[in-house]
Design a protein. Structure first.
Length: 332
């Protein structure tokens, strides 16, 4: 029986889906960080990809020899040597007669707009921004962009709390919920926890847990939180417009897809801030929130490569057989 494989690999999780030729999702797997820059080593990143795929195959009751085509949409696929490394390592596992590897922004864009043409901002633990035109030219922001997303939002929230505690800035409502999150009695003990010489204390990705707090407090009107969100939105839109220029979409009414945990936050702070910036800078651009997870984009690409038509019926079956939301939870 022919099946297809789609993989979305990020810094906090890696998701693999197996689907049959009719679009029924047969199995799903989840593992940890598969970013070759973010994992403990590139080899460990590849093993996380393998672990997710094998879990999906096991859940589907299928063997890897049944995979016709596979698409891997991966954080850390940035430079040509990254692609060479990933192809060389993944091809040894024979996850499909043909495999394709893209930067992780590709899956989100392919999932968010039917023809895969437009620009995407993925804002989760980290960020990914990319654009693709009708000829298939694809460009992603990669290391051109400074750190943005949940990790950076968390770090900026901490900075605001520290500055407020020292009287440099006015009081902020960020302080109480962040202290509660880390179970600390005061700001000094929080600072000590996150900076002490103890390798067991997570600081980087762990700070993304703070981002829902800053998004909530921004909606409530906290000035420090709103300033961080507004500046983040400005930068996200600037890089999205730069991506559009790279593939010749600037000045056209292209579709801008928003995806990732930060945009899914119920408070809508970042969503509304980005929408306001887009209306100001590029009023002809159509803003959409993707209703599909990025891994669906990878799966659709696997179908495309095999020559299978992406019909409304196929999309409906994918929707109907999607795994529970809990599989995709976290800020990424």
């Amino acid at each position: 029986m022919t099946v297809f494989l789609g993989v979305d690999g990020g810094n906090t999780k890696t998701i693999a889906l197996i689907a049959d030729a009719d679009g029924h999702i047969l199995g799903a797997g989840r593992s940890g960080c598969s970013d070759i820059y973010g994992a403990a080593s590139p080899q460990i990143a590849v093993q996380e990809i393998v672990r997710a795929v094998e879990a999906a195959l096991a859940a589907a009751g299928r063997g890897r020899e049944e995979i016709l085509n596979a698409c891997f949409s991966l954080a850390g696929a940035d430079w040509q040597e990254d692609y060479a490394y990933l192809y060389a390592n993944l091809e040894t596992y024979q996850f499909g007669r043909e495999i394709e590897i893209y930067n992780d922004a590709f899956g989100g864009l392919r999932a968010g707009v039917p023809d895969g043409v437009g620009v995407i901002i993925v804002c989760g633990t980290g960020t990914a921004t990319a654009a693709r035109n009708a000829k298939g030219d694809f460009w992603h922001v990669s290391f051109w962009q400074e750190s943005l997303g949940g990790r950076e939002l968390g770090q900026l929230a901490l900075r605001a709390v520290y500055r407020s505690e020292l009287g440099i800035e006015p009081p902020t409502s960020l302080t109480a919920p962040i202290l509660a999150l880390y179970r600390q009695p005061n700001v000094e003990s929080l600072l000590h926890l996150l900076t002490k010489n103890d390798r067991s204390v997570p600081v980087g990705i762990d700070c993304s847990r703070i981002s829902p707090i800053i998004l909530t407090e921004a909606v409530k009107g906290d000035n420090a939180a709103r300033a961080v969100v507004d500046e983040h939105a400005r930068l996200l839109v600037e890089y999205a417009l730069a991506a559009a220029r790279k593939v010749g979409l600037d000045g056209t009414p292209f579709t801008l897809v928003l995806n990732g945990g930060v945009f899914r936050h119920e408070g809508r702070a970042m969503l509304d801030a980005v929408a306001a910036r887009v209306a100001q800078r590029a009023p002809g651009v159509k803003l959409v929130r993707s209703r599909h997870e990025p891994v669906i984009g990878a799966l659709l690409q696997a179908f495309d490569t095999s020559g299978y038509a992406i019909t409304p019926d196929l999309i409906e079956r994918l929707d109907r057989t999607m795994p529970p939301r809990s599989l995709f939870s976290t800020i990424d």
